[in-house]
Design a protein around this ligand. Sequence first.
Ligand code: SF4
Ligand code: SF4
Ligand code: FES
Length: 486
Amino acid sequence: MPEIFINGQAVQAGDDQTVMQVARANGIFIPYFCWHPNLSVPGNCRICVVEVEGEGGGSGWLDIACNMPVNKGMRVHTDSPKVLERRKATMQFVTLNHPVDCGICDKAGECTLQDYHYQYNGEPSISRDAKVHATKHYALSERIVLDNERCILCTRCVRFTKEISKTHSLGVIDRGDHSLIRPTEDGAFAKDPYSDNVTDICPVGALLPTQFLHKARVWYLKPTPQVCPGCARGCSIDVWHRKSEWKLKALDAKQNARIDRVTPRDNPEVNGPWVCNKARDLAQHFERARALQPMLKGRPVELAAALEQARQMIASAKSAVALVSNWASNEELAAFAAHLAPRFACRVKTDCQPEPGEVVEDDILIRADKNPNTAGARARFQALPDDARRAFPDDCDLVLVWGEGFNFGQLPPKARIVYLNSWLQPENGHADVFVPISVQTERSGHYTNFQGVVSAFQACFAKPAGVVDAESVFTALALKTAKVTA
Ligand code: SF4
Ligand code: SF4
Ligand code: FES
């Protein structure tokens, strides 16, 4: 392993590493726009320039760290006066035609151009020429809007569609200061199921998701670590929602407890820094109308009455079957296994199927199983057979249905039904006992993905009034005197 020196500090480098990689591995910061750890190296922005000492400490030379292979004994300076002078000139060049949009730009607060301007330049433009104007609001697709004036032509977005999503759906047209990012004419970008990742990797506010456009300043929001439940990959994500100290007053309270946006959380074991677009649309899944009222055959009752009725039905059942949710967390499954499973023949059902038009499976991230914890559930219980009716013995007199997605027409006609579900659905009123349960964004837990990787998620929001965690329902049903409050 060659030893090199960065800012006088001796560091070990891999044979085929670049100065940028070695610096990052050793906690030494070098700025970058076009470089990205998961993409190829175009070396076009020049902001990562560093100085390499000449032989015997002689006059050094400047070059880009992202494309500079390490050489045994080389001495690199990341912030020498020569470097800072060149970096300032580079920032002047990069911002030559960039509009001063920060006050209205959604990227403000997360924009590397803004940060580097203050860190390495901080001066007004030295140009006396008018800025070149370009397309300000170009719809790349229904999901993403492009502001060509803000684009610094780093080509990260182009390389993403070439190297990661492999749709080859973005390119650069024209030349010099008239260069523009444009989608290919076959509409491939609009169909790219990973397209929204370009909005994360764009270092400036040129690519913005329409679903978050002008919705909130990012410093009013906070991320909570979550797991995407959209398929069995279980990508690590951050769910962004309003900080309590920036709570909106005198407006719809839901605005303070809604998913404002979803971004990937880098997890090399599962999804790297990417997610598919389904994760970005999780708000649509979680903001469906909720079931909030415990019921006995459609008649509203207190939670305690519903639980007591369920407890009696379970205690007196002769042949009971439980259909276990594959959206249940490992903790909920453990609680069910400990408290109730011995009284039931348990089968894991499939809560969610692919939606019409959705990409069912690919060789990037997307899995055909559209549920987050099939592996965790099946590690404990058998799968429901394809013909669900085979799971019910002739004398079956009780079925506990946990979660959505089961066709009630397949239930044995004489069996009584205990139903735990989160959504407002007609089946709720047909159950003998209905208990509304919390959703993933209201509780913490773990899922096991199809590879066996266990990932944690944390609660983002409080449960609505009337709703209870499935885990506490199971505990209460097992204990004669237990009390559960919503
Ligand atoms: S749109 Fe953004 S990611 Fe694409 S080239 Fe321009 S600055 Fe880079
Ligand atoms: S690949 Fe699956 S888990 Fe990952 S973001 Fe897409 S739907 Fe969610
Ligand atoms: S980050 Fe090295 S040239 Fe752009």
